[in-house]
Design a protein around this ligand. Structure first.
Ligand SMILES: *Cc1c(COP(=O)(O)O)cnc(C)c1O
Length: 395
């Protein structure tokens, strides 16, 4: 058995999947090429027949993208993967590639806005029905199952309210009816939660978030077993072309090298900031997976290896107070992104969740006073001072 199989995540994230050229470069090469030349007509024929290994066209595969996919597979414990140009390309591929008209999806209703659009609006246009449920109770998933249910979809922790869904329970329901569970694992990161080990069948990421981690490029990835990818994703991917650019794959490979250090620091700072926020009189509620007062603290302990880099808070003064607080921050920037080295704050009701109906927002508990904070790599003392001053000034 090769020593590689015993590597811990931090080692995998620096070395797994590396493909060195004849020059022996230390840092991974960027293969910014569309195509590949063949030594002879016979070699081209053999490559196309699949009799000789090698690359054919960068919509199908590319060496730099291949390194990113292999490194992610090692980390996730997945047999195979396909990297995509964005997180949404990964979600769309994972949801649509295995379904056809007449199939049914059950999804947790607390979803990233675009994921909700793909499931609730796009899929039904092609005859794929969808039911959205409050995913925190397994009974709701069971009740939604129909004869034609083929796919379950969830995010955990959810955006922005950081609810946690029992992945093992939903996976076991999926197995009992021969359906598949797709988990969007962005908020947990591949380090804090292992959906495949919990029984999920497919994992998707927006690599735009913690995997890049420095706000530079978009990217995504779908990971699963080789059989599912060969059967469902392989041709879909080749012929619809959601492929990741080699340059962005390289940027994401560099991001993976520092992922454990960043996520560890950001989680540690977030835990401190959550404790500070919970002691402030202006704030009615702090939701932080990792604190004992999280509504599903026991499940967090069971399912996640650590807390979160994100915090959700509710200000007593509603929208006016939330806006005043955001405007008073100096270090923490107002932005709808997350997982960045820079701390970012967003007001979901008027930005990321603006397109939902008032009723849908109420169901999800997204009110005017709610803010989502993504904790970055700044010194935690400076962040706490910035928050404290902005709260003090916001009268
Ligand atoms: C950002 C995000 C996406 C979409 O990713 P993009 O890279 O922006 O396309 C999907 N799901 C979740 C949970 C996200 O946070």
């Amino acid at each position: 058995m090769s020593k590689k199989s015993n590597w811990k995540p931090a080692t995998q994230l620096v070395h797994s999947g590396t493909l060195r050229s004849q020059h022996g470069e230390t840092s991974e090469a960027i293969y910014l090429t569309q195509g590949y030349v063949y030594a002879s007509a016979e070699a081209a024929e053999a490559r196309f027949k699949g009799e000789e290994p090698g690359f054919i066209y960068s919509r199908y595969a590319n060496p730099t993208v291949d390194m990113f996919e292999k490194r992610m597979c090692a980390l996730e414990g997945a047999e195979d993967a396909r990297a995509t140009a964005s997180g949404m390309a990964a979600v769309t591929a994972a949801v649509l590639c295995s379904l056809q008209a007449g199939d049914h999806i059950v999804a947790a209703r607390a979803l990233f806005g675009s994921c909700r659009w793909v499931i609730e609006t796009l899929a039904p246009r092609y005859g794929i029905e969808a039911t959205l449920v409050d995913g925190t109770t397994i009974g709701n998933w069971e009740k939604a199952v129909r004869k034609n249910t083929k796919l379950f979809f969830l995010e955990s922790p959810t955006n922005p309210t950081l609810e946690v869904i029992d992945i093992a329970a939903v996976a076991s329901l999926a197995n009992s009816i021969g359906a598949r569970l797709v988990v969007d694992n962005v908020f947990a990161t591949p380090l804090q939660q292992k959906p495949l080990a919990l029984g999920a069948h497919v994992v998707v990421y927006s690599a735009t978030k913690h995997i890049d981690g420095q706000g530079r490029c978009l990217g995504g990835i779908v990971l699963s077993d080789k059989e599912w990818i060969d059967k469902n994703l392989h041709d879909y991917f080749r012929h619809t072309g959601p492929s990741l650019s080699p340059f962005n794959a390289w940027t994401l490979l560099k991001g993976l090298e520092t992922l454990p250090v960043r996520v560890r620091q950001q989680t540690e700072s977030a835990a401190r900031i959550a404790d500070f926020l919970s002691g402030r009189p202006e704030i009615s509620r702090v939701i932080y997976p990792g604190r004992d007062d999280h509504p599903q603290a026991a499940l967090v302990k069971r399912q996640m290896a650590g807390g979160s880099t994100l915090i959700c808070i509710d200000l007593k003064g509603g929208k006016k107070s939330a806006f005043g607080f955001q405007n008073g921050l100096e270090i923490i920037k107002i932005s709808n992104n997350l997982g960045d080295a820079k701390s970012l704050i967003t007001h979901p009701a008027t930005t990321t969740h603006k397109s939902l109906t008032d009723e849908a927002r109420d169901q999800l508990g997204i009110g005017g006073g709610m803010l989502r904070l993504s904790v970055g790599l700044e010194d935690a003392d400076d962040l706490i001072a910035d928050i404290g001053e902005a709260l003090d000034a916001n009268v």
